[in-house]
Write a new protein. Structure first.
Length: 148
């Protein structure tokens, strides 16, 4: 079966793929996300997002939802292998003009992806296909072809 999409095909429903799809869809471009798994992956991966990433997530309108289930932290602690504290850095030392996001966000990657997915599915022109793969993509100046 041949299917045409006048839009964007995003391969992978992890945080990067879903955030990319969200940005594209909000620009009014139809998006299909394909993911080989049957749901968002739950294996432990990224868990801490620093100020520049937090800022970007806020610009996407995700931060308040993320903060409801994540933990914000305003300090770093540095330890050696003997579990001795080597030092601490506190965001409290920063001035307001240094950053509007004086914290990092602790949240599992699967939780982040789930919130992004929820926001993505609210955008018209979006479809997410689970247990689907993009196989042997080829590109020309006018289109991309991918088998499934």
């Amino acid at each position: 079966m041949v299917e045409r999409l006048d839009g964007v095909l995003v391969v992978g429903a992890g945080p990067v793929g879903l955030v990319t799809a969200l940005q594209i869809a909000r620009a009014g471009v139809p998006v299909i996300v394909v993911e080989a798994e049957s749901a968002i992956g739950t294996s432990p991966r990224a868990a801490v997002y620093h100020s520049p990433v937090v800022e970007r997530l806020d610009r996407l309108g995700l931060l308040e939802d993320l903060k409801q289930i994540g933990v914000t932290k305003r300090a770093y602690h540095y330890w050696n292998l003997e579990h001795e504290l080597l030092g601490t850095f506190s965001f409290d030392a920063l001035r307001p003009e240094d950053t509007a996001y004086p914290f990092n966000l602790h949240l599992g990657q699967a939780d982040l992806a789930g919130i992004v997915l929820r926001h993505l599915l609210r955008v018209p022109g979006v479809e997410v296909r689970w247990r689907a793969r993009a196989v042997a993509p080829t590109a020309s100046a006018r289109f991309v072809r991918a088998g499934s």
